[in-house]
Design a protein around this ligand. Structure first.
Ligand SMILES: [Zn+2]
Length: 141
């Protein structure tokens, strides 16, 4: 039988989807916000060491990468156009600048995107997560 997450005080639980997503974006446990969500770069911890929430139940799959690519593409397109219209950079210099910027953005967005997606799935009670978290699971303060 899987170990259940520990009940939390009402003040520790996120009050809204926005608050939950913010915790995920910051790489914090979406449920308690007290500790890290990730063990490696994009590998979530098996269980939150403070609240006991099981984070292996998520199914983010490739969606964080798709989201990071989508955001990077939408930011980079105007940058590429502006560089092309306003500078006299050689093709090689332009490719180096754009390639490096895209790589930095993609790597920088991957972890926050995965955190937000895991937080979203937890809030919505998707996949292996329990039904939508709410005050009913909280202990009175
Ligand atoms: Zn936690």
């Amino acid at each position: 039988m899987p170990e259940a997450a520990l009940p939390l005080p009402v003040s520790s639980l996120p009050r809204s989807l926005g608050g939950t997503l913010l915790r995920g974006l910051e790489g914090k446990c979406p449920r308690c916000g007290g500790t890290h969500l990730f063990d490696g770069f994009v590998k979530p911890v098996e269980r939150c060491r403070l609240c006991g929430q099981n984070w292996t139940l998520h199914a983010a799959d490739d969606f964080p990468a798709y989201l990071a690519i989508l955001i990077t593409g939408h930011v980079m397109a105007p940058v590429i156009i502006a560089l092309g219209l306003n500078t006299d950079l050689s093709l090689g210099a332009m490719m180096a600048i754009v390639g490096l910027m895209a790589l930095v953005m993609l790597i920088g967005l991957l972890r926050p995107a995965k955190g937000a997606i895991i937080a979203f799935q937890w809030w919505m009670g998707m996949h292996g997560f329990a039904a939508r978290p709410g005050r009913r699971e909280a202990i009175p303060e």
